[in-house]
Design a protein around this ligand. Sequence first.
Ligand SMILES: O=P(O)(O)OC[C@H]1O[C@H](OP(=O)(O)OP(=O)(O)O)[C@H](O)[C@@H]1O
Ligand SMILES: Nc1nc2[nH]cnc2c(=O)[nH]1
Length: 183
Amino acid sequence: MTQRPYHIDVMISAKAIAARIEDLARTIRKEYPDTDKLVVIGLLRGSFVFIADLVRELDMNVEVDFLEVSSYGDGMESSRNVKIFKDLRGDIEGRDVLVVEDIVDTGHTLTSVMDLLRSRHPRKIETIALLDKPVRREVDFKATWTGFEIPDAFVVGYGIDFAQANRNLPYIGTVVFDDDETA
Ligand SMILES: O=P(O)(O)OC[C@H]1O[C@H](OP(=O)(O)OP(=O)(O)O)[C@H](O)[C@@H]1O
Ligand SMILES: Nc1nc2[nH]cnc2c(=O)[nH]1
């Protein structure tokens, strides 16, 4: 399938993201005062940039693990069918856990991931999402901490893809189709 031509407008700069992550890391540190080693779980693939920056700001002992899930494939619409492609390496029973996500949109991904992870009986489990698009929600889900609330626009960059491209942009941008602008 040929891709409709598009460009990307900057929505949140790399500098604004870095400043927000410093704030979030301070808040999280205070939320886990008695934790020996926090298990920080990144949801692949979208969260790989966010988790890398977040853990380097977290002034505490952490263990990093990943769960690979996907429901969008290469499209712009959720399939509402959250598939697990790769499970955690570690056991989270009795552990303090933080789940790191790039974006909450319909809410299906984090709802289904949290159902799965809670069934493994962590001692405490919280969620952080860099972006939240509350107007698109289809299931009731709110992350414990959110970086930025954003309007209804398809975003890319900072780990987030469109058709497996643009994950390497250092900022968050919106996809604008060129033929929509001329219509
Ligand atoms: O709230 P939702 O509507 O469920 O959407 C959020 C999810 O969508 C994207 O994942 P995607 O399925 O595109 O996989 P990816 O992380 O590998 O890009 C994103 O990374 C979130 O995990
Ligand atoms: N690339 C991308 N993936 C998403 N998954 C859920 N919402 C979005 C979005 O706005 N952009």
